[in-house]
Design a protein around this ligand. Structure first.
Ligand code: NAD
Ligand code: IPM
Ligand code: MN
Length: 354
C-alpha cells in the first residue's frame, strides 16, 4: 500500500532521547513509511520565537500521523503563557481537532513488584482512560484581574458543551464495547455544573450502547479507588483536567510514568501519539529516561493511524518480553539506560520475527 507519512516532533528535555529509540524500533520494522521532522516546544521557541511555528503546524496538518516526544523547559516557565513550550502540544490538539485521548494502563508481567501498589492489587490492572482533550478548564477564558478590594485574582473558566461531551462519550462507549464492556464516567457532579451536564449527556448517549454497563464516580473517590482496587476499572471516561491527573496516578500503579503511551484522535485518520509524561528536565541529557512509553506510543500510531495491527502487536510483544526478561531503567530500580532499552526492544523484535 501507500507509505504512511509520519511527522516526528521530538521537542524538549528527554524528548529527543526517547524519540531516537522509537526511530530505532521503526527502522528495525522496515515498514513503508516516510519520515519528516519539525520543531516544537522550547526548541522551536528558541529557534523561531514561537513554540508551534506555522511551518510545524502546516506539516502537522498535512501528515498521516504525528509522533510526539515532550515539550517543556524550565528556562521558559516565565515567558508569556501563549509563548510557553506547552502551548505547542495544546495548540496541536486544538488545531487538529484531536479530542479523544486514549491512555491505556496494564500491568506488564514481571512488574508486579514495581507497582506502588501491592502485587496482588496491581496484577488486576487493565484499564483505559479516555480523556477529553479539546475542552474543559484548559481552553476556557482565563486571565488575571484585580478584585474590587485591590488584590490580584487568577481565573480559568471550566465548561463543556453537550456536543463535546457526546462525541467523547461515543468514543468511550465504543472502546468499552471492544473490551470488557464496562464504562465508568468520572466527574464532580456534586459540585460542578460542568460535571452535571457531562453526566446527563453521558446517560443520554448510553441509550445507544445497551451492552455496556455504565457507572458514575466522583473524581475524588476515583482517585482513591484507583489505588484501592484498580481492577474494578475497564474504561474510564473523564474530562481534560481529571484525565490528566488520574492518568499520571495510574502510571505509578503499573510501575512507572515511563511506561504509559497515548493516542490523541479526532474524526479522521490523523492522530498524535505521545507518552503521557513530560520532558523530565531533572533527568534530561543523562541518557537514563525510559523510552518504553515512547516506543509503545509508536505502536499505537501504527495501529490507529497506520491500520497495521500486526506491527503494533509485534512492538508491544517485544516491550513485554524485554520487561519479562528483567530489563529495567532507573525509574524501575534498574541500571539500563535509554539506548540500551531501545536496543533490547529491537533485539526482542528480531526474536519474534513473523
Ligand atoms: P514529567 O512527566 O516531565 O516528570 C515527572 C517525573 O517523572 C520526573 O521526576 C521525571 O524525571 C520522571 N519521568 C518522566 N518521564 C520519565 C521517563 N520516560 N523515564 C524516567 N523518568 C521519567 O512532569 P513534570 O516534571 O511535572 O514536568 C516537566 C515539564 O514537562 C514541564 O514543562 C511540563 O509542563 C512538561 N510536560 C509536558 C508534557 C507533554 O509534552 N505532553 C506532559 C507532561 C508535562
Ligand atoms: C499531558 C501534559 C499536558 C496536559 C501539559 C504539558 C499541557 O500534562 O500531556 O498530560 O496537561 O495535557
Ligand atoms: Mn499530564
Amino acid at each position: 500500500g501507500e507509505a504512511l507519512n509520519i511527522l516526528l516532533l521530538a521537542g524538549d528535555g528527554i524528548g529527543p532521547e526517547i524519540m531516537a529509540e522509537a526511530e530505532k524500533v521503526l527502522g528495525a520494522l522496515a515498514l513503508p513509511v516516510t519520515l519528516d521532522r519539525a520543531l516544537v516546544g522550547g526548541a522551536a521557541y528558541e529557534a523561531t520565537g514561537h513554540p508551534l511555528p506555522p511551518e510545524t503546524l502546516a506539516k502537522a496538518k498535512a501528515t498521516d500521523a504525528l509522533l510526539f516526544g515532550a515539550v517543556g523547559d524550565p528556562r521558559f516557565d516565565n515567558v508569556e503563557r501563549h509563548l510557553r513550550p506547552e502551548q505547542a502540544i495544546l495548540g496541536l490538539r486544538a488545531e487538529l481537532g484531536l479530542f479523544a485521548n486514549l491512555r491505556p494502563a496494564k500491568l506488564f508481567a514481571g512488574l508486579e513488584d514495581s507497582s506502588a501498589l501491592r502485587p496482588e492489587v496491581a496484577s488486576a490492572i487493565d484499564l483505559l482512560i479516555v480523556r477529553e482533550l479539546n475542552g474543559d478548564v484548559y481552553f476556557g477564558e482565563k486571565g488575571t484581574r484585580t478584585t474590587p478590594g485591590g488584590e490580584r485574582e487568577g481565573f480559568d473558566v471550566m465548561s463543556y458543551s453537550e456536543s463535546e461531551v457526546r462525541r467523547i462519550a461515543h468514543v468511550a462507549f465504543q472502546a468499552a464495547q471492544g473490551r470488557a464492556k464496562r464504562l465508568c464516567s468520572v466527574d464532580k457532579a456534586n459540585v460542578l455544573e460542568t460535571s452535571q451536564l457531562w453526566r446527563d449527556v453521558v446517560i443520554e448517549v448510553a441509550k445507544d450502547y445497551p451492552d455496556v454497563a455504565l457507572t458514575h464516580m466522583y473524581v475524588d473517590n476515583a482517585a482513591m479507588q484507583l489505588v484501592r482496587n484498580p481492577g474494578q476499572f475497564d474504561v474510564v471516561v473523564t474530562g481534560n483536567l481529571f484525565g490528566d491527573i488520574l492518568s499520571d496516578q495510574a502510571s505509578m500503579c503499573v510501575g512507572s510514568i515511563g511506561l504509559l503511551a497515548s493516542a490523541s484522535l479526532g474524526e479522521g485518520r490523523l492522530g498524535l501519539y505521545e507518552p503521557i509524561h513530560g520532558s523530565a528536565p531533572d533527568i534530561a541529557g543523562k541518557g537514563i529516561a525510559n523510552p518504553l512509553a515512547m516506543i509503545l506510543s509508536l505502536a499505537m500510531l501504527l495501529r490507529h493511524s497506520g491500520g497495521d495491527e500486526a506491527s503494533a502487536a509485534r512492538i508491544e510483544a517485544a516491550v513485554a518480553k524485554v520487561l519479562a526478561d528483567g530489563c529495567r531503567g532507573a525509574d524501575l530500580g534498574g541500571t539500563m539506560g535509554t539506548a540500551a532499552l531501545g536496543d533490547a526492544v529491537v533485539e526482542a523484535l528480531g526474536q519474534n520475527d513473523p
